[in-house]
Ligand binder design. Sequence first.
Ligand code: OAD
Length: 292
Amino acid sequence: RERLSQYSTVQDAVNLIASSRRIIILTGAGISVSCGIPDFRSRNGLYASLKEKGEYDLDDPSKCWFDIQYFKENPSGDSFARQIYPSNFTPSPCHRFIKLIENNGQNYTQNIDTLETVVGVRNVLQCHGSFATASCLDCRIRVPGNVIEQEIMQGEVPLCKTCSDSESRRRKRGKPLDNEDEEDEPLFPPWIMKPDITFFGEKLTDNFEDSLEKDRAQADLLLIIGTSLKVAPVSDIISRSYLRVRQKILINKTPVAHINPDIILLGDADRIIEHLCTELGWTLPPAKAGQY
Ligand code: OAD
């Protein structure tokens, strides 16, 4: 409470940003909404629109394509995947702002759209992975994401070429897979290619903990932009006092009730960022359309 009364105006936010040596920017789906990618939990977000279509039991949103168990049973690239698949989106002013501060900052994003990399940001940790690569659930071979893009967009199940080839060689030699029972053959073989995004039920990459460890004592300011902070462990970055940041600023369309930042700037994130840049005398780098 004391800290809230100490810092509360836009000018305070400007001063904090200007005086910070190292800034952590934690972003979520809200920074890509203006690019045409819906967020998850807003009234017109992905979960609401899927609920309307009656495709999933979305009282529990984890029971959809983003759940690893659900995916193994229903791996076809359904409408959910197609809606969020990165195509030629143009980065927003928020993505461009991340590029602006990257020399004295680090971006942790929950987004899988890779739009910050389109602006050229290198210091980004995609906490939930991205569509940039895909891996076989069986042999773990990794391929560029565009190898499976067409199948995903057509609602087909992308399969691992390496496993399929060795299986067909095995069959030719008359050696079926262990436990293979023709009568009971599963709908899909185990070698499904899955985009390297982190599904509910999967662990985040080790890079997440490693990077936080590195940033632990170094950051002055945490800027949280466009996220409801509902999904752990990213949401825990704040509560676990993981980062010993001195100050926290929230920029979001709606309040995030369970956190207590020093400054809350409510509204459209792009407009707020543009205003802050004007006040800071900073020019945003150009936006260019592109794909991961
Ligand atoms: P959410 O949809 O939960 O939250 C997006 C937040 O952005 C909401 O609080 C909105 O009010 C806000 N917002 C929307 N448009 C905005 C705008 N123009 N300006 C400012 N704020 C805006 O999305 P995330 O918090 O990113 O996980 O969701 C976290 C995770 O939940 C996702 O990474 C995904 C999802 O399940 C996985 O896929 C594993």
